[in-house]
Design a protein around this ligand. Structure first.
Ligand code: SF4
Length: 333
């Protein structure tokens, strides 16, 4: 099978979207992702170098990957990240390069990353309330995150999206203020249903604030919303716009509106494991191939076999569900 054939799984899904985690380290401690202490991070020597990441992305682009998202842990903790962005932005065939960050270091890096070729960014922010921010992240960094968002607006990023994790009986007071913030500052709020990916096994279905409940809250408190056709039907979010024309919101309803049937994503972890799904139990090592001088064709073979082994989707809503052996910070969003 040549390199021109699309990356097809056994359910007919074409994979053109690669998420690359550049580190598992983070400078905040969201309770639904990682414990405060102790956190064992991957030794630095095991983390893929920029050359290895670039080589992997080049091979993946030959297989039809067109979208690359850089994630973590917290990607801005990776030294010289703008130089990796420059390398990836220079790869012919990539038409969408983005980054997901917690925003704490964004004010300093927004401009250099923009100059390196980054054009869109998702900032993880669940609340505009300082106390609740500290309660969720165990760090007092709300101010720096907001500075980072405004630095992105000044730099010209478009779109700027805010990823807000919807945990029930915690963030209800934040839903409307975040939407108002988005309307005021021209950023899109993405409400993400709480997923069972935390390191401490805290997730329960009744701790998930569901997309429909949030939609109802916004319509009641702000005004009517209309579904907005999503530019990319394979993108995970269902999009809505306020009918008064001021702002859009999105919902990533992994629990109540699973979107696995249109999934186009594969993931590369910071320590060089290829995963066909966020919730995958199994993963395939590519680091030894990249480091061991294996020919590109061998990497191609492993990427293809990983995609062919892909399951139909997560089993969060079934009794068979088994949480993945890696928590979110070690996979990347
Ligand atoms: S849960 Fe897995 S299969 Fe489903 S959309 Fe996410 S990555 Fe794709």
């Amino acid at each position: 099978m040549g390199t021109a054939d699309p990356l097809l799984d056994t359910f007919g899904r074409i994979h053109n979207n690669l998420r690359v985690s550049v580190t598992d380290r983070c400078n905040i401690r969201c309770f639904y992702c990682m414990p405060e202490h102790p956190v064992e991070f991957v030794p630095r020597a095991e983390i893929l170098s920029f050359e290895e990441i670039e080589r992997f992305v080049r091979i993946a682009v030959r297989l039809g990957v067109r979208k690359v998202r850089l994630t973590g842990g917290e990607p801005l903790l990776r030294k010289n990240l703008p130089s990796l962005v420059r390398r990836i932005a220079a790869i012919e065939g990539i038409d969408d390069l983005s980054l997901t960050t917690n925003g704490v270091l964004l004010a300093e890096l927004a401009q250099p990353l923009y100059e390196a070729g980054l054009r869109r960014v998702n900032v993880h922010l669940d609340t505009l309330d300082r106390e609740r921010f500290v309660q969720i992240t165990r760090r007092d960094e709300l101010g720096r995150v907001l500075d980072g968002i405004h630095a992105c607006r000044r730099a010209g990023y478009d779109p700027i999206k805010i990823n807000a994790v919807a945990v029930k009986n915690l963030v209800e007071p934040d839903i409307v203020p975040l939407a108002r913030f988005g309307r005021e500052h021209g950023v899109e709020i993405r409400y993400i249903e709480f997923m069972p990916l935390d390191a401490q096994g805290l997730w329960l279905r009744d701790k998930v604030l569901l997309a429909d409940d949030i939609l109802e809250m916004l319509a009641r408190e702000i005004g009517p919303l209309a579904p907005e056709p999503n530019g990319d039907p394979r993108a995970p979010a269902s999009e809505y716009r306020f009918t008064d024309g001021a702002g859009r919101v999105g919902f990533i309803g992994s629990v109540s509106r699973p979107f696995c049937l249109s999934c186009n994503r594969i993931r590369l972890t910071a320590d060089g494991k290829l995963r066909y799904c966020l919730f995958a139990i199994e993963e395939t090592d590519v680091k030894d191939l990249l480091r061991g001088g294996a020919p590109d064709e061998e990497v191609v073979r492993v990427i293809r076999s990983t995609v062919r082994a892909k399951w139909i989707g997560h089993e969060i809503n079934s009794m068979q569900f088994v949480p993945p052996p890696r928590p979110m910070y070690a996979i990347g969003g």
